[in-house]
Design a protein around this ligand. Structure first.
Ligand SMILES: [Fe+2]
Ligand SMILES: [Fe+2]
Length: 240
């Protein structure tokens, strides 16, 4: 069962997401493996496992309707990971030398780079047209990351808190859609990637709260503006 859970307290949101995650998540990608190599490894184990072969026989081609939905999902996720990469790049340009938050931001940025490289591979293999607006997502992401960082460490973390809350919800929305499609290996694999990345984003959200995001000046209005901006960006990137 999938739930969309919202809370004004991100900590609560995270715990509810995790409870949900424990219910539905049956596989976890190894961070040391690319999604592609894990897929290959799973494929070779199928060759030796009669139960897995049964599952494979049940797989079916995607319908045109499903292909269209999956293409939009991959396009917006790829665009979102581009934006995230540049948000953290902007934060590091301002706070990279800070001994407390510099390493924290770097660690989250490294995970975003992995997310982006994974979606680079997926978008190419699925032959999905990337967003036309890449330069806009890069510029906007950098300005958002650097701009909030210039307001202080807490504002930078508030930016991360707001962005990751919205992205966590976005990935959960996609998982709710994907669960309607059955017996297709490509969808199963995409679902595993999105679950893994959803968990990473919620971990970033938690990290931001732990580093005083909610002590940022104008935390409420700042969060509302960034949340709404992210939702608008998601709407646009799904289509363009
Ligand atoms: Fe990400
Ligand atoms: Fe993230």
């Amino acid at each position: 069962m999938h739930l969309l859970l919202r809370s004004s307290k991100p900590k609560n949101l995270r715990y509810l997401f995790v409870a949900h995650h424990n219910h539905i998540f049956t596989g976890k990608l190894n961070d040391n493996l690319s999604w592609r190599s894990q897929h290959t490894a799973a494929g070779s184990s199928n060759d030796n496992n009669p139960d897995d072969n049964k599952t494979r026989k049940k797989s079916r081609p995607l319908t045109e309707h499903e292909k269209s939905i999956i293409s939009s999902m991959i396009r917006v996720d790829h665009a979102g990971e581009i934006g995230a990469d540049w948000i953290y790049r902007g934060q590091m340009a301002v706070l990279g030398k800070d001994k407390v938050v510099g390493p924290v931001i770097q660690e989250m940025w490294d995970q975003e780079k992995y997310h982006l490289s994974t979606f680079d591979e997926i978008i190419s293999r699925h032959r999905v047209r990337p967003t036309f607006l890449r330069p806009i997502w890069e510029t906007t992401g950098f300005l958002l990351g650097a701009g909030t960082a210039l307001l202080g460490k807490e504002a930078a973390m508030a930016c991360t808190e707001a962005v990751e809350t919205t992205i966590g919800e976005h990935y959960n929305d996609q998982l709710r859609e994907l669960i309607k499609f059955e017996n297709n290996e490509e969808i199963t694999e995409l679902t595993q990637v999105i679950k893994k990345f959803r968990d990473d984003e919620l971990h970033h959200l938690d990290t931001a709260v732990d580093h005083d995001a909610q002590k940022a000046p104008f935390h409420g209005p700042l969060t509302a503006i960034i949340n709404n901006g992210c939702k608008a960006a998601i709407w646009i990137a799904t289509r363009i």
